[in-house]
Design a protein around this ligand. Structure first.
Ligand SMILES: Nc1ncnc2c1ncn2[C@@H]1O[C@H](COP(=O)(O)OP(=O)(O)OP(=O)(O)O)[C@@H](O)[C@H]1O
Ligand SMILES: [Mg+2]
Length: 273
């Protein structure tokens, strides 16, 4: 098997929040490499620093100490970019060109149609409106949002549909890494399954994903699970690619999927999860 390529590396990362009286050390000298094509999942108790780590890695926020280095583009023209000291403006441009986001709340603009929510994001990078619309429509179809729904406003769509639109918006600029912070946290179980299926599909096509989650069902989609405790990486496990539903009798990989599920469950049990 060929060696995995690092796409993003955090070195000696610390994040401290301060007010007049107290300093809270949320991330503590953390080191992490994220690999291209991986579906990296970040777990850990509430308050362990998962979102803070995601925001530092993605350039949504800057670490207090340490570096975040991206290795983008294809060899031999890999571009090395250290973003941790970037100004807000430079970070915004970097995010536009290299990363995508999906949050627990979809943060769609309620005064725009589903399609326009995606177009607005895409036009920041791609000025070819026609090509962009084609790409947006192809992606919408892929997440099973049909033509009849493209002109709907978010309030006219179900929570699951809205989140699928938000996933399309997250990948419209073909980001090198898609970040997701509890993307199914506000969804019912059927919609959760739909959104997770889409993330799995994108990952199987090569999309690198870093996702924070609280749930076993979402973590199961990951190829690598990082467990945070109190601002440090406490442990991690490599699961390899998702092998489908371990409960589905028609799954051709059923035995392996079950073994994978048990491995993850045991790991999380060991973490006291
Ligand atoms: N902007 C901020 N200002 C001050 N403190 C913050 C800020 N953001 C996060 N914190 C604190 O940092 C700690 C870690 O927060 P973080 O949101 O990273 O946790 P989390 O692991 O994502 O938790 P959850 O599972 O509840 O989402 C918490 O104690 C939180 O109060
Ligand atoms: Mg969080």
């Amino acid at each position: 098997m060929s060696e995995k390529k690092v796409i993003l590396k955090a070195s000696d990362l610390s994040k401290t929040f301060s007010n007049d009286t107290v300093q809270q050390h949320v991330l503590k000298n953390l080191n992490l490499s994220v690999y291209k094509g991986d579906f990296t999942v970040i777990m850990g108790n509430s308050g362990s620093g998962k979102s803070t780590l995601l925001y530092s890695l993605s350039g949504m926020d800057r670490p207090t100490i340490g570096t975040i280095t991206y290795y983008t583009g294809n060899e031999p023209d890999t571009e090395v970019t250290e973003i941790s000291k970037f100004s807000n403006d430079k970070l915004a441009v970097f995010r536009r060109d290299h990363v995508g986001f999906v949050f627990q709340q979809n943060y769609l603009n309620d005064s725009m149609s589903a399609l326009d929510n995606i177009m607005v994001c895409g036009l920041l990078r791609n000025k070819d409106r026609k090509a962009l619309a084609e790409k947006a429509k192809t992606l919408l179809k892929k997440v099973e949002i049909g033509e009849g729904d493209w002109d709907k406003f978010p309030t006219q769509m179900s929570g699951g549909q809205q989140q699928r639109v938000a996933v399309v918006r997250g990948v419209i600029n073909s980001p090198e890494v898609l970040f997701a912070d509890e993307p199914t946290g506000a969804l019912n179980s059927q919609n959760t399954e739909n959104v997770l299926n889409i993330l799995s599909e994108l990952n199987s096509e090569g999309q690198s994903i870093v996702m924070v989650t609280h749930t076993l069902a979402a973590a199961e989609r990951g190829s690598r699970i990082i467990y945070l405790a109190d601002g440090v990486i406490f442990n991690e496990i490599e699961l390899g690619p998702y092998l489908g539903d371990y409960r589905d009798q028609n799954n051709p990989n059923l035995d392996k999927a079950r073994a994978r599920h048990v491995m993850l469950k045991n790991f999380l049990q060991d973490m006291g999860w």
